[in-house]
Design a protein around this ligand. Sequence first.
Ligand SMILES: [Zn+2]
Ligand SMILES: [Zn+2]
Length: 344
Amino acid sequence: MKALRKLAGGEGHVELVEISTPSPGPGQVLLKVKSVGICGTDLHIWEGRFDKVRPPVTLGHEFAGEVAQLGPGVSGWQTGQRVVSESQAYSCGVCVYCGQGQSNLCPERLAYGYGVDGGMAEYAVVRADGLHALPEGVSFQQGAMVEPLAVAVHAVLERGVAFDHGPALVSGPGPIGLLVLLVLAQAGVPALVCGTSKDQARLDLAARLGAGEVVMVDRQDLGQAAQEFTKGQGFAVAWECSGAGAALSAALANVRRQGQVVQVGLAGGAARVDLDQLTLKEVVLRGAFVHNRQTWERSLALLGDGSLDLRPLISAELPLSHWQRAFELSRDQAGVKYLLRPGE
Ligand SMILES: [Zn+2]
Ligand SMILES: [Zn+2]
């Protein structure tokens, strides 16, 4: 089968190669991959800026497909069934976090696509206990977006402490920021979305997806817009999805006293942040990292009952053989989410 693999460390070394189709071991299932999303992590692996990658390894942690074969001892699934796989390939099962259903924080957590072979291939072997049925009417393309949706659902519904439906700030209108916006809009929370003038197309999309207001911070005064949007109160909660230190500073400056900031974006290193507002206003600052099984169930429920529609975020789906074009489009931010279609 064809698989898009990182063959060695450093920059590049990503190639579409022919490898033998894997077979599922005990507790595993072979999936025929129908659609797989390109994430910032995949781009970082391509560019040689992600040191957790263990080459040679097949990329891709956002994928949906059909059950093709059950490994020994697996029951409860049938061949041909439409499913999504959680992105977590391994957790220890015995640490305090695993014991609390928070395996996203397991120190030994490994994910498909960098620690274990992932979904940018015609077939992928996955854990049977990480599978979820794709609800009827939800396409494989939307299925491939459940992973980033679950990141947003975790950040909003599971890490947005004392979430009180007050006005919200979302900074960074990339795929995760826009998914955070969708989850907020579905919950009836008014949100202001900010980015820079480079994000104009994505901010226009945010406005169509339900943002109450969009602001380009290099052309408009965010502080003034925030005052008007929140009637002088400040935001109840801010979700910082860009990873830029200046954006975290702006979030701290524009939440209300004892407001909350949820940091979702990664800076990739040390960031310069003005922390005084954290102290002066007793702001609650929290991180949000990926998702747990319960988050996937919530996310699929929101898709299954039609509460959320992810299709506006899908820019295009290209054949896996055109991966390089799709990676370049993703890197150049010429859209929001690009998907790959294996098997052609
Ligand atoms: Zn991802
Ligand atoms: Zn663990």
